[in-house]
Design a protein around this ligand. Structure first.
Ligand SMILES: [Zn+2]
Ligand SMILES: [Zn+2]
Length: 217
């Protein structure tokens, strides 16, 4: 049965949801393509924030299917009613080409399984944050820091700039004022190495994985 959003979510509860989101709280919402709600200059996914806030407020778990997002939705109204600004995401179009890749979601730090359900939720937002990703790419280049493959050397131009960004800071140590540093907090890794890094929790380091790897001719 669909759950109904409350008519009011107090501002403090929305802010609490934003903090929870920043701390990596598991949720079932996909990253939005078009809109973000602004808090202290940063953009957040409106649906996820409202979903988390409503869940905490009412004590029942709201999922993406319980309500709609987007312009003129109750979801957005709950936010704007409390004085939050909703803006169009910068580079909303770029998301179409730089959206998270299949597989990138599979083995992340914050993978969570809902009890008794085959639902997987991943919330390592830093590995998928577009701005951070671009800055890290610019600094580190697009060669895998473990196996040194450049995807474009193998797959040609369809893989130009394609690489995963592995986040080196354990989410459990991240505080809410944490601002990711694209130069020191990330390394580019190919999807295979990325998956293998996450075979352990906490993840292997690039050095450790390199030692584990079989030398191929
Ligand atoms: Zn690799
Ligand atoms: Zn990773």
């Amino acid at each position: 049965m669909k759950k109904t959003l409350p008519d009011v979510i107090p501002r403090k509860d929305i802010i609490a949801a934003i903090y929870a989101f920043d701390a990596g709280k598991a949720h079932f919402f996909e990253a939005p393509r078009l809109y973000e709600v602004v808090y202290e200059g940063r953009g957040y996914p409106p649906k996820a924030i409202v979903g988390i806030a409503a869940s905490d407020l009412l004590g029942v778990e709201f999922g993406p299917e319980d309500f709609t997002g987007g312009i003129k939705s109750k979801c957005h109204k709950l936010l704007t009613d409390q004085g939050f600004e909703i803006r169009t995401k910068a580079g909303a179009d770029a998301l179409l080409t730089e959206k998270s890749y299949p597989g990138e979601l599979d083995e992340d730090e914050n993978e969570q399984y809902a009890e008794g359900a085959a639902i997987r939720v991943t919330v390592n937002r830093f590995e998928r944050d577009l701005k951070v990703r671009r800055a890290a790419l610019q600094f580190h280049g697009s060669c895998c820091k473990v196996c040194e493959i450049d995807m474009a050397d193998v797959y040609g131009e369809i893989a130009e700039g394609f690489i995963h960004m592995h986040h080196l800071v354990p989410l459990s140590t991240i505080r809410k004022e944490y601002k990711p540093n694209p130069q020191t907090d990330f390394i580019p890794v190919c999807p295979n190495c990325h998956t293998m890094l996450h075979k352990r929790n906490p993840p292997f380091t690039a050095d450790e994985l390199r030692k584990i790897m079989r030398k191929t001719a």
